[in-house]
Ligand binder design. Structure first.
Ligand code: GLN
Length: 477
């Protein structure tokens, strides 16, 4: 429609659109929902560019399992969503399609025409997915989250975003960035919409070798169930007296904008007035998470992206005039230099370095040790045992969920220094621990900061507690 087109012109959220929309299952549970798909998730009818020159002309011969399930549920797919190249970024500015503009209007800007408003980042890497939902172009969107890419844009755009437990949603047909961290998740205006979509696409897929088995899913469900049944969260007057919420001291760093702290405090006061117990917890390895994340994610990316050589995969770029065609290295090197953007090339170089014999012990192995400590930190904080461990040691004094601000700030302006240098990496500091541990987290809107822009709070749960974190998220929204 014309309205959707003009919204897209101002946000740059969607990068391709279907020509016709036939609904295979008009009576499915998703039949009243319109959904956008992040452009690193394969679709048979629309290109999958990963916002990269390397895949500019690529259309997948199959649908990702998550897309297949959406279609089977009756959802209408309205288009593919802009993102950072291969998911690498926090602000959706690393894209051949150009940056995504945050559609949020701060209250003081309502009367100002679009073209004259502040242009702020929608967050990334699932920035197009978040902006499409926030602008009202669709009800929900699929994103991917490797180190915050759903939660950060959700927070910046004032919507809800779920990064599920690792392995619950199939990664079959999702272009790999860092396999051990990549999760498909859902963005939407409300927790209810997110939950409906999540339930339709969270199922065991034998095509994904890292998928959680039905047995592990059952175990996790059983341990969260007793708590869920005592929570009366669907009523207008919920009773949270059986709920223990952990507040991690490491998630309130000095960089945190003070008005964000005020908003989080308000959320906590409300939860406490509903009976929830607020308990300080410590996750001591948190300060090392960001470094470990960037070593592991880059190392895995360097291996995953090796396939784009212009011969087996990817767009082959013509050699420069005068280049020696007899050297095969020339074709690969030229294709990769021309096809990948600067951020992707940087990660490939850093990741390759971390995996060399000289650096492996100091970087890659060290990062894996940090990752194990982060997992242990969370496991000792939670009351619910980790269903992925064969011999978990439960902590009866532990908490049920952990709550923290989703980001250290509101969306930065696209023309500010915050979108270059180290700034974008620092945005992930709150999000990467749950990624390293594979834990479910929902970010829900929690009011506005002093600049009038939205902020989010994140609810983190034990592996498999996806329903529980959404239940608490719903009370907060
Ligand atoms: N911002 C992080 C990165 O650039 C996370 C990206 C993601 O979750 N896909 O790696």
């Amino acid at each position: 429609t014309e309205h959707a087109q003009s919204l897209n012109e101002s946000t740059n959220a969607l990068v391709s659109f279907p020509t016709k929309n036939h609904n295979p299952n008009p009576h499915g549970p998703l039949s009243n929902l319109t959904v956008a798909i992040k452009d690193n998730i394969c679709t048979i009818h629309l290109p999958t560019t990963c916002s990269s020159g390397m895949l500019r002309h690529f259309t997948s011969p199959f649908d990702a399992t998550a897309v297949e399930l959406l279609k089977a549920g009756g959802a209408s797919i309205i288009g593919k969503a802009n993102c950072d190249e291969f998911g690498m970024g926090s602000l959706n500015v690393n894209s051949i399609h150009g940056p995504v503009v945050n559609p949020y209007h701060s209250p003081n800007e309502k009367s100002i025409p679009w073209a004259e408003r502040e242009r702020r980042s929608a967050g990334g890497s699932s920035g197009g997915s978040a902006a499409a939902v926030a602008a009202g172009m669709c009800d929900a969107a699929l994103g991917t989250d490797t180190g915050g890419s759903i939660r950060l844009p959700a927070s910046y755009c004032g919507i809800t975003g779920l990064k599920p437990s690792y392995g619950l949603i199939s990664r079959w047909g999702v272009v790999s960035f860092a396999d051990s961290l990549d999760c498909v998740g859902v963005l939407g205006k409300s927790v209810d919409t997110v939950k409906t979509v999540f339930e339709s696409i969270s199922s065991y897929d034998p095509k994904d070798p890292t998928a959680a088995t039905p047995h592990t899913r059952e175990r996790a469900k059983a341990s969260a169930e007793s708590l869920l049944s005592t929570l009366d969260a669907d009523l207008s007057d919920p009773d949270l007296s059986s709920l223990r919420i952990g507040i991690p001291q490491e998630y309130f760093p000095s960089e945190l904008n003070t008005t964000i702290v005020t908003a989080v405090r308000k959320v906590l006061e409300r939860l406490s007035s509903l009976g929830a117990q607020l308990i300080p917890v410590s996750l001591p390895s948190t300060p090392y998470a960001l470094s470990a994340y960037y070593v592991i994610a880059s190392a895995e990316a360097s291996s995953n992206l090796a396939r784009y050589d212009g011969v087996q995969y990817g767009t082959r770029f013509p050699l420069l005039p005068g280049a020696d065609k007899s050297k095969p290295g020339n074709v690969y090197a030229h294709t990769r230099s021309a096809g990948f953007g600067a951020e992707v090339q940087k990660r490939i170089l850093l990741g390759t370095y971390a995996l060399t014999a000289d650096a492996f012990d100091n970087y890659f192995l060290q990062a894996q040790r940090v990752r194990q400590r982060i997992k242990t930190d969370f496991d000792s904080a939670f009351r619910i045992p980790n269903a992925q461990l064969s011999n978990p040691s439960p902590n009866p004094d532990g908490v049920d969920v952990i709550l923290h601000p989703s980001a250290i700030r509101t969306a930065p302006r696209l023309d500010s220094d915050a979108v270059s240098g180290l700034g974008p990496y620092l945005q992930d500091v709150m999000a990467v621990p749950a990624s390293l541990a594979g834990l479910p987290t929902v970010s829900v809107p929690a009011g506005l900061a002093a600049d009038g822009w939205p902020i989010g709070v994140s609810v983190v749960g034990q592996w498999g507690s996806d329903e529980l974190v959404m239940c608490i998220g719903k009370v907060i929204e």
